[in-house]
Design a protein around this ligand. Sequence first.
Ligand code: ZN
Length: 321
Amino acid sequence: MTAPSILALYAHPDDESLVAGGVLARHAAAGARTAVVTATWSPDSHRAAELATALGILGAGEPRMLGYADFRVPDSAPGQPRFRDAPLEESVGRVVSHIRAFRPDIVVTHDAYGSSGHPDHRHTHRVALLAVHAAGLDGLHPLAGPAWQPGALYFTAHPRRACRALSDLLSGAGKHLHTVPDDRATAGVDVRPWLDRKWAAIRAHRSETARGHSLPALLSGLPPRDREAILGTEWFIRHTPGPHPGASANSPRSALAAAGGAVGRRPSYCLCPPAKWAAAADAVRSSAERAVMAPAGTRRGTASGVVAMRVNRRLTGGGPS
Ligand SMILES: [Zn+2]
């Protein structure tokens, strides 16, 4: 079983490392193809150079930048519109091109809140949602390459109780973290075995780490144990956009789907690996909180480090903004 490939779409350089760096490193280490599309900042900016270093650490290839201007930093892409101001159809089409070219099993992006609520985060969510659906329909964006339907779309989420430490960290700096009710998150991926790599990727965004009350700067000021508690788990909400090309219509539901993450009989491309390539994360959660969410036909009897969220269950760890 090959690990599912992942294409991440995030608003700014550093978002990918903060909220999905562990998942990207984990899947790359398992032999999966991984890549990151970044909506804002010019490809010739210093942030692009930092992004290239971070992606190298995570094993996610070269930057793929849409090159729009950051909502709050017009100079981030001179001569280009702010992402929010660009024509929606154009932005969606450009993301469709990346999806069809890379042909990922999974796409990950911001949730509707956009973590901190940054306008670029929220807009990236909208564009990603439209693009993932459009990519699988050959009548839409016909010049963007042959249709390709990712098997799953995951939104970065911040469950309220699990992310309390992160909320406190941000509120101490006058910032707000938009959290979701605990039962809305459908997957929590333990990334502690890849935390060194994730933290190195975050720190590769040196200009952000040096910038006042940015999240990388706030994290840098924490004791390692507290930082690990925040960064060691990445939380997601699963959205299933449609059947995967060539997949059997009779593929059984995964445990994740059965838990409410998907509807109908569809192949199950999960942010979780089957046990045979995820043994490193196998001993990190209490058995009562675990569920096997390996792709259909690959399930084993042991947990893979991905946690099924259950209402009123004890949650530990946290996730970045
Ligand atoms: Zn951001």
